[in-house]
Design a protein. Structure first.
Length: 376
């Protein structure tokens, strides 16, 4: 049995990329925030370096590239893991294979954990895959970010409840007042102080619902012609170019700003009048929690874990995914009723404060780690 008093517990995290995505940010934040008197975090990655890797190095976290994306190099993976001798291997892989678990098993890691963050938007057939069976059999516990994801893991992957641990995402609550004078997104984009500003923080991917938001915004302009829309995120698979073409087709030039990835999203959130989460599918959105944490009135699609974060009519408004008419109606309702918007925004912030702060999530993971270590 591992003694927490005699040695720090080495947690080996694996995530394919270190670019700016929700899963990647979670690994960064967990690794940096783990109490160093109890835990010794190390991060492996395989595919793409990004700013999160720099964040980890700046925090003194060892980061190593290991070829988990090349099944033919299994022996190299095993050697890299054995060299570290971790007490726990926690894979946050979203690759559709079993290389991570296979390598950890061959390296004889005492505890293997894997993470699920989506409701299988990539699997139209909703069918168990062969590689999933091996991963699940070799995994001691599976962490999921929402009850919605847990239901999918239970019903499709056929994992027993005892093996699943739900740990909701958490965010740090921002200050209610900006930390000193500085330029915000409105000043940067030349948006008039009285113009309604709608926003979305999310990487440009097909399932993220940007097209639905553009179509909804087109309808919002019929009621609020001075409204503006700002989005930001990583451009994946040419999605941003197609969205810009759609905005041009709708004659939205000058009204829609499709920004690239922004490292400082604080200035984006603070400038908004309404935050919209238009995803077609979602496991549990960090950006949704962030919008709520800033006290913004929120419109979100009723998909995945969104309804676990946001209570319709109490902390925001939920609409069906892929429905521009319902989305635009909800946005118009908030823009047209300042009292309702303020009420929902404050309730949203309160809900994040009470239920979804980062420390709650961190405690959930450290409790699980210690629970599993007690079995070693």
């Amino acid at each position: 049995m591992c003694s927490l008093k005699r040695e720090r517990v080495r947690i080996l995290y694996y995530v394919p990329c270190l670019t700016m995505g929700g899963v990647e940010r979670k690994v960064r934040d967990l690794a940096i925030a783990l109490p160093r008197d109890r835990f010794d975090p190390v991060v492996f990655w395989s595919c793409h370096w990004g700013p999160l890797g720099d964040n980890l190095l700046d925090a003194g976290i060892p980061v190593n590239q290991v070829p988990f994306n090349r099944p033919q190099q299994l022996s190299d993976m095993v050697s890299a893991i054995r060299e570290l001798q971790p007490h726990i291997f926690h894979s946050f892989s979203y690759r559709r294979d079993d290389c991570d678990v296979r390598a950890a098993l061959d390296a004889a890691v005492p505890t293997i954990l894997t993470y699920r963050a989506d409701v299988r938007f990539w699997d139209d057939a909703r069918a168990l895959q062969k590689w999933e069976t091996f991963r699940n059999q070799g995994t001691h516990r599976i962490t999921v970010c929402s009850e919605a994801v847990a239901e999918v893991v239970r019903n499709i992957e056929r994992v027993p409840d005892a093996k699943i641990r739900v740990i909701h995402n958490g965010v740090r609550l921002p200050s209610e007042e900006p930390p000193g004078p500085r330029s915000g997104v409105r000043e940067e984009l030349g948006i008039a102080p009285g113009a309604p500003l709608i926003g979305y923080v999310g990487n440009y991917r097909p399932e993220k619902g940007h097209e639905t938001l553009l179509r909804a915004f087109r309808q919002v302009l019929k009621v609020f012609p001075s409204a503006r829309l700002v989005c930001c995120g990583l451009n994946e698979s040419g999605v941003k170019r197609r969205l810009q073409a759609l905005a041009d087709e709708f004659c939205l030039d000058g009204r829609v700003s499709l920004l690239d990835l922004q490292m400082d999203v604080d200035r984006i959130y603070r400038g908004l009048d309404v935050y919209v989460q238009p995803s077609d599918t979602e496991g549990y959105s960090n950006a949704l929690l962030e919008g709520m944490s800033y006290g913004k009135p929120v419109v979100a699609t009723r998909t995945g874990g969104n309804a676990e974060a946001l209570c319709h009519g109490e902390t925001g408004l939920l609409v069906p995914p892929g429905n521009p008419a319902r989305m635009s109606a909800a946005i118009v309702a908030l823009l047209g009723d300042a009292a309702l918007a303020a009420k929902l925004g404050q309730a949203a912030r309160d809900r994040v404060r009470d239920c979804f702060q980062f420390q709650n999530m961190l405690n959930g993971y450290t409790d699980l780690y210690e629970e599993e270590l007690a079995k070693q």
